[in-house]
Write a protein that binds this ligand. Sequence first.
Ligand SMILES: [Fe+2]
Ligand SMILES: [Fe+2]
Length: 295
Amino acid sequence: MNEVSAQSSRRRLSGHAVGIPPRHIDFDFNSDSPRYFFANNATATLFFAMLSGFFPPGERYFMESVRHFRERITDERLRAGIAGFMGQEAIHGREHDLFNALLAARGFDMATPERTVTAALKLLGKLPPSTRLAATTFMEHFTALLAEQLLTDEEFRARADAELITLWQWHALEELEHKAVAYDVYETIGNSQAERAVAAVASLAVLLPMLGITWGWMVYKDGQLGNLKDNVAGLNMLFGRQGFVTRILPKLPEFLGKRFHPCQHNTQALEQTWRDALFGAGGTLHARYRNREAA
Ligand SMILES: [Fe+2]
Ligand SMILES: [Fe+2]
């Protein structure tokens, strides 16, 4: 092997090389979007505001749990996948922090979701490192299902503010692009079906009550708890028979299967559709994609 090819074989692949490019986007959050940016409904809007408050600490937890095992990974493509995953999650956290600052400036109590999710993740942080990673793979499974629902649900699109929804669409696309990374790392360190089940139960036991309390508190602080018309309509849009979250739930137990892998559920065509819709010529974020050249 001559020196040049030896150098190129040592050159590390980037996330871009394996279809997981960390994209820097100039979002315009100072638009005149309505206060209740989802369906003009306080209850549902505050649910999404709460999720946005959860994301930055949650994504840091995901990154930490993968970083713990990074040095054990020798496969070049998976190492590149990890680099892409880290880059994408770091930028998601940064952009949601900016979005959360806008929501806080509008008077939403954004400090509470950040505080409660940090406390919940601190509890999950007491699990052994491999179980923490298993919990991350479970939460990434949920996130990928949420992302797929968000990108396919026409009703969701019709109800959300057209400007702000681009943040969620970009985030959802990248969640699908990197959905297998944490799981592939977990497979490398020894995938245990029993540990996955424990991690899923622990995550739900810690996160679900925290989610319900935080959401109720945010609606209360906004003066909308007891606004029955709004509360019932919001709950119905999310958790009714055809609700946004309800439609995700039947797919959640797939995670417990012996041979589960995130890619069993093929979303490649959906991802391509959205790469074109967001970043292709004429795409909604085409002009705001700052580091396209790196791709
Ligand atoms: Fe993310
Ligand atoms: Fe993710």
